[in-house]
Design a protein around this ligand. Structure first.
Ligand code: ZN
Ligand code: ZN
Length: 393
């Protein structure tokens, strides 16, 4: 075990240990076993990142240590963001950052296609490319992107496939375009595993499966296998491919696929993202920003945000804000924010089946003896929020 991995393991153990024993710090979420901590390889990496990830900018004379916020708060973020280096967006990175600042996000992950983009200077070894003391945190990331034909299981009739995987909080900075794809095997699992290996080499600690039903081909069994191999997150809603996510007569919806994977007992958390490429707000823009995001319960600290994502301490939304989305004793609790107006319906989904529907802004439901319970909030304006699955310890 390298020093970086040992340090990361200690920090993770402290975080989970704290959440399990201190009522003050306990966010009330289901606490899963720690996710695998990837070896950062040759990267100088995590040393120093874990204990004091926020740089001091213009620190006052009497400041001797960086201030690490202690309190967990709800933080709005996007785990899937494109800018000009992606090749299919015309927006410079600084404009993209300004857009998310103007729209009151707390963090984003820059995930250009097959590139780790820098913002300014040299941030090799850090999980952020920009981490101001206040304002938008920009985590380093990449969308490992491979568009082959002829995958198994097969996708659409033209046999096109989209193997896209986000690595969040990477410490490596390969520079230029990364070549990583598996081109010998036609099995989707082999292609995904090649992406996981590339993510690991980049020093990531959180892996996300993107728009799994775009051009079809994902199954619940495959998704469960990807979880076993280290994927923490899956896009259950991608604003650009919402139609695909709903499924059709011949293909299950993304939520149905997620439920099938969860039935295998895996811990895999559902993300909503905008997968934004266009920030000008033009009518008819192909991939507009802002359609979906996550809200994470964490300290305002890059490492804490990554750990909260990996542990499922967040909800996914297309616009509904929640005050509560957590386990309380033997129940899962959901409450729409007091600031939200309109009519709401809360659906309870137990082991893949809709078991109860409640009209109103708040509800709670017993966690089943076996399997999982999760909830979806539907607004009368068509917006939605997804609460992560909860299980008994
Ligand atoms: Zn993609
Ligand atoms: Zn993308």
């Amino acid at each position: 075990m390298t020093r970086a991995v040992r340090l990361a393991a200690v920090v993770l153990a402290e975080v989970w240990g704290c959440a399990a024993t201190s009522p003050q710090a306990d966010p009330g979420f289901p606490v899963p076993p720690p996710p695998p901590v990837f070896d950062a390889g040759e990267d100088p990496a995590l040393d120093g990142q874990n204990s004091s990830p926020l740089p001091i900018i213009d620190a006052p004379d009497d400041a001797t240590e960086p201030v690490v916020p202690a309190e967990e708060v709800w933080l709005k973020g996007s785990t899937h963001v494109h800018a000009k280096p992606s090749g299919d967006s015309s927006e410079p990175i600084d404009h993209v950052i300004k857009w998310y600042e103007d729209h009151h996000y707390d963090f984003i992950v820059l995930t250009d296609h097959n590139r780790v983009s820098e913002v300014a200077g040299d941030t090799r070894g850090q999980i952020t490319v920009s981490a101001p003391a206040s304002g938008l945190i920009v985590l380093a990331g990449i969308e490992l992107t491979h568009n082959p034909t002829g995958c198994q299981p097969q996708g659409d009739k033209r046999k096109r496939c989209r193997i896209h995987v986000n690595a969040l909080g990477v410490t490596g900075r390969p520079g230029g375009k990364l070549e990583w794809a598996e081109r010998k095997s036609h099995q989707r699992i082999d292609m995904y595993l090649a992406a996981f290996n590339a993510a690991k080499a980049l020093g990531t600690s959180v892996v996300q499966i993107n728009h799994p039903q775009w051009l079809w081909g994902m199954t619940g069994d495959l998704l469960a296998e990807l979880s076993h191999h280290g994927a923490h997150l899956v896009e259950i809603y991608n604003a650009q491919f919402a139609k695909w996510g709903l499924g059709d007569r011949d293909h299950p919806s993304m939520e149905a696929i997620w439920d099938t994977a969860l039935a295998h007992g895996v811990e895999m958390w559902g993300v909503a993202s905008d997968d934004a490429h266009d920030y000008k707000g033009n009518k008819g823009a192909k991939y507009p920003a802002g359609g979906a995001w996550v809200v994470v319960k964490a300290r305002r600290d890059p490492q804490a945000i990554l750990e909260a994502l990996a542990a499922g301490h967040f909800y996914a939304t297309t616009g509904i804000s929640l005050d509560h989305a957590e386990v309380d004793g033997s129940e899962l609790v959901v409450e729409v924010s007091a600031s939200e107006s309109g009519q709401f319906t809360i659906q309870w989904i137990e082991n893949g089946k809709l078991v109860d529907t409640v009209k109103g802004k708040a509800a709670r439901h017993a966690i089943p003896q076996a399997g999982f319970i999760r909830a979806v909030v539907l607004g009368d304006d068509g917006k939605q929020a997804w609460i992560q699955p909860a299980r008994r310890p």
